[in-house]
Design a protein around this ligand. Structure first.
Ligand SMILES: NC(=O)c1ccc[n+]([C@@H]2O[C@H](COP(=O)([O-])OP(=O)(O)OC[C@H]3O[C@@H](n4cnc5c(N)ncnc54)[C@H](OP(=O)(O)O)[C@@H]3O)[C@@H](O)[C@H]2O)c1
Length: 483
């Protein structure tokens, strides 16, 4: 045993950008004393030197870290997701005891969190997978927090998290999302929606730029105006700032000197993979993930750049077109959020989580990257109808889509005619029309499946399962349901 006094009420492991900012956020709140630990001690030394005001408790070993924490101990891990997180959990489990709380604040895959929670629970230690959104600034000033794990673990943790979370309309942006991996699941969907939101904004910019010839600075002004209306959001706000930025070296708009290949850290792909497994169409998110992949294929783009396209823009009235793009952006954004919430609903059913959809929208209103005014509308929609089957059928969204749909269609047509790629706009519109359709060509697909694989079909006019004897006399027989 070391001689260290247990003076800290919370600890942070992993002091890279997120961990150090979260530790500073914690330390700045009344009543908190924060113990800090990092595998490489030099990082811990540097943090204490840079921020003496935080009053951090410096620890150089995991044993010292455990000894410096008051019981029940609470530690937040902010290290690289994957194996590093497993390694740190194992280390902490060696020195922590039953009743303590280990929080993983990294971007862990929710299935890893489910596995870890089960394993850690067997030791009597509580394990909480907590989604944290807001990037480095959010971590420092107030992130949106999505903790999962046991109700017992949340009892100790909840009050601490409430003090460091962002505040939106007087409420802290944190709620106990559900058990085990629920928090990381919801954070994953949040990131998927973020991908869609960013892609849609990118398409809006590109359509206006190529369609009307407006400059980045002029488009910055357009986004600035949009931010005063129903599109008001962090992403719209920062888009205006990025577009207004001039490159000091060349004097060009910064956006014109940035290589047009978008990177990704994988949470968008996780969202789509999970959606495929659960059978939920998240086409807006998927298009956003694929659009980043397409952009990052320089070799393919080099040999396809001279494929034929239309010779001129199909946009004639620039002002009307810009308003149509605004409407298309809002409508497609509604689709992306609706799809994201469908995935949350299905995930909750599959993994037995009691997730309050309205509360999720509420905690995304502040701190996180997708914070937006219209999240209030989602909260309202679920408050009015907790079992709402499709978000876009709620009265506010129905009205918004009614107002937007003509412009949305015109934009998708103009994009196709002008040869401007707008995959998320057009797939969102197709999704909307798919949901609206009285009859879908799925009937024909069922016929084809029955033809080549005897997969059977249902009829619209009577109960039962049927098969046509395609290779025989083509009469219909009743059959076992094989889907
Ligand atoms: N950056 C963001 O905007 C953001 C937003 C939300 C969530 N997150 C998540 O937050 C977590 C931290 O992100 P970050 O960008 O601050 O840092 P990071 O670059 O993902 O991770 C660096 C940290 O992980 C530690 N680490 C790596 N391998 C380790 C191992 N085997 N054992 C112990 N420690 C190990 C490093 O320690 P050493 O100093 O010893 O190398 C360092 O403290 C990640 O899970 C990330 O996905 C990030």
């Amino acid at each position: 045993m070391s001689e260290i006094e247990p003076s800290a009420n919370i600890g942070v492991v992993g002091l890279a950008v997120m961990g150090s900012n979260l530790a500073r956020n914690l330390a700045s709140r009344e009543g908190n004393t924060v113990a800090v630990y990092n595998r490489t001690t030099a990082k811990t030394d540097a943090l204490l030197e840079a921020h003496p005001e935080a009053g951090f408790v410096h620890t150089a070993t995991v044993q010292e870290f455990a000894d410096s924490l008051q019981k029940p101990r609470t530690a937040i891990i902010m290290v690289k997701a994957g194996r590093p997180t497993d390694a740190v959990i194992d280390e902490l489990c060696e020195v922590f005891e039953a009743g303590d709380v280990i929080v993983d604040g990294g971007n862990s895959l929710f299935t890893d969190t489910i596995r870890r929670e089960k394993a850690v629970r067997e030791t009597g230690i509580n394990f909480v997978g907590c989604g944290i959104s807001g990037g480095e600034e959010g971590a420092l000033k107030g992130p949106s927090l999505m903790p999962g794990g046991s109700v017992e673990g949340y009892k100790t943790l909840g009050p601490i998290l409430s003090t460091i979370a962002a505040v939106a309309e007087g409420e802290p942006c944190v709620t106990h999302v559900g058990t085990d991996g629920a928090g990381h699941f919801v954070k994953m969907v949040h990131n998927g929606i973020e991908y869609a939101d960013m892609q849609l904004i990118g398409e809006a910019y590109d359509l206006i730029r190529q369609g009307t010839g407006a400059s980045p600075a002029q488009i910055a002004d357009i986004f600035g105006k949009w931010n005063d209306g129903e599109l008001n959001s962090y992403l719209i706000e920062i888009t205006a700032e990025v577009l207004r930025q001039t490159d000091a070296e060349t004097g060009k708009a910064l956006v014109d000197v940035i290589v047009d290949q978008a990177g990704a850290k994988g949470t968008g792909a996780w969202t789509v993979q999970t959606a495929l497994d659960l059978g939920i169409p998240v086409s807006g998110i998927a298009e956003a993930v694929f659009a980043r992949s397409l952009s990052s294929k320089p070799k393919q783009r080099a040999v396809t750049g001279d494929l034929p396209g239309p010779s001129a823009s199909a946009v004639d009235d620039a002002e009307a077109f810009i308003e149509d793009v605004r409407l298309a952006l809002f409508a497609s954004k509604i689709v992306a959020y609706s799809q994201g919430f469908d995935l949350i609903v299905q995930g909750a059913e599959e993994y037995d989580w009691d997730i309050k959809k309205g509360d999720i929208a509420a905690i995304w209103r502040g701190g996180c990257i997708i914070r937006a005014q219209f999240l209030n509308r989602i909260t309202d929609a679920y408050a009015d109808e907790p079992d709402l089957v499709a978000l876009l059928s709620a009265p506010y969204f129905r009205e918004a889509l009614t107002a937007a749909q003509d412009g949305w269609r015109r934009v998708v047509v103009a994009a196709a005619q002008s040869g401007i790629p707008a995959p998320a706009f057009s797939s969102s519109l197709a999704y909307y029309d798919g949901l609206r359709a009285e009859r879908l060509p799925a009937a024909l697909v069922q016929g084809q499946r029955d033809f080549f694989g005897a997969h059977t079909y249902k009829r619209t006019d009577k109960e039962g399962t049927f098969h046509t004897l395609w290779s025989g006399d083509r009469s219909e027989v009743t059959a076992e349901d094989t889907h």
